[in-house]
Design a protein around this ligand. Structure first.
Ligand SMILES: NC(=O)c1ccc[n+]([C@@H]2O[C@H](COP(=O)([O-])OP(=O)(O)OC[C@H]3O[C@@H](n4cnc5c(N)ncnc54)[C@H](OP(=O)(O)O)[C@@H]3O)[C@@H](O)[C@H]2O)c1
Length: 259
């Protein structure tokens, strides 16, 4: 494929041709595009490429009615998540997930690179001793109605806080994507929970979904589904995934597709 960076526009291939090296363009183009999907999005749209990853039970739940989600997916699936964390620049999580699960969201890949952790927290209710803040590689995205004293305390502990201009009660995700692209963050994985997943889809910032579907049943109307929010009213508004790929990891089915 031709380098999609408008700055280059096929310059590399032209230079190689000039030097007498023949260049065939378009061979295994689909594979090349997939391999470079985050780069392509960033150089053409100046926005990060966003994956939404979620683990669900067969009945579409991401946690029990008491908020427990460890572990819905298999060890093999979780290993794949660690590989993804090793690949992306940042992961995003909602503050409720931090309160329920107290995750670190690091990668366990030996020699791997932990992603920057971004927590959506409109008022800064995250505890100072949350595990996700321990390695000082996390920032909190908040709204202008944040708790002033807490911001000072977090910054004193080495945690960055970005105040995102937001017209709504919650962190404006489109605005956050602009902020992150200015900081050179090109590849992001959203790791839930249910409310964050819903607002990311609503904001139209998601490029790719990765669903781990485990052969387990949780049940209960109060157990959170993968996507919260209001949902659609009419089937004509349904979001269809494109270029869907399905594989199996341990007992789980993994479905990946693009919006
Ligand atoms: N199975 C899985 O893959 C998986 C993954 C993650 C979590 N979980 C489970 O999901 C549950 C938590 O999910 P949840 O739906 O309750 O909460 P959540 O999505 O983790 O967090 C939602 C909270 O984040 C804050 N927030 C700030 N900006 C936001 C925005 N733009 N959109 C949405 N939220 C924003 C809001 O709190 P403020 O208004 O206070 O800021 C909001 O209430 C836990 O039980 C956890 O175990 C499961």
């Amino acid at each position: 494929m031709i380098d999609p960076n408008p700055k280059n526009n096929g310059k590399g291939a032209r230079e190689l041709n000039k030097a007498g090296i023949s260049v065939n363009i378009g061979l295994i183009e689909n594979e090349a595009r997939k391999m470079n999907e985050s780069f392509i999005k960033f150089v053409t749209k100046r926005k990060p490429f966003v994956i939404m990853k979620t683990a669900i039970s067969l009945d579409g739940k991401t946690a029990t009615r008491t908020g427990q989600s460890k572990w819905i997916s298999s060890e093999e699936s979780r290993h794949y998540v660690h590989e993804l964390r090793n690949k992306v620049d940042a992961v995003i999580v909602g503050v409720n997930t931090v309160l329920y699960d107290n995750p670190s969201l690091m990668t366990k890949i030996p020699g791997g690179k932990d992603p920057l952790r971004i927590i959506l927290d409109s008022t800064l209710k995250i505890p100072l001793n949350a595990r996700i803040l321990a390695d000082k590689n996390a920032i909190i995205a908040t709204t202008p109605k944040y708790d002033r004293e807490k911001k000072i305390a977090l910054e004193r502990e080495g945690t960055g806080v970005i105040v995102v201009k937001s017209n709504t009660e919650k962190v404006d995700l489109k605005e956050l994507m602009n902020e992150l692209s200015i900081r050179g963050i090109t590849h992001i994985m959203i790791e839930g929970g249910s409310e964050v997943n819903a607002s990311a889809l609503e904001a139209g910032i998601v490029d790719k979904l990765i669903y781990f579907i485990a052969p387990k049943i949780i049940g209960g109307v109060d157990a959170k589904p993968a996507i919260g929010g209001k949902g659609i009213k009419d089937m004509s508004d349904v979001m269809n995934l494109k270029n869907v790929e399905i594989k199996q990891l341990g007992p789980d089915i993994v479905m990946e597709g693009y919006l």
